[in-house]
Design a protein around this ligand. Sequence first.
Ligand SMILES: [Zn+2]
Length: 104
Amino acid sequence: MDDCTFCKIVKGEIPCQKVYEDDHYLAFLDIKPLSPGHTLLIPKDHYRWVYDVPNFGQYWEVARDLALKLKDQHQAKFISFLTLGDEVPHAHIHLIPKYQSSQP
Ligand SMILES: [Zn+2]
């Protein structure tokens, strides 16, 4: 989609701080992080909603692997997954490191 921010990031038209990339998915730091290391995992092809992504299970397997890496890398207590979907109209999973159980 030409006017999609995340598609532009995939094409390199908008810079990002890349965290992970493979043939199908790209992960980068959120520009408005809720905590240090807050990462977005997106499919490289444009899909509107997370549940529109083909190989939905594979998408979440990648999210899990990435979460475990982020947890180690940032020495987080745990990683929260969040899918809202209404901020940018391109499927994305938030991976949010949590450092204390009292954080939102
Ligand atoms: Zn898109």
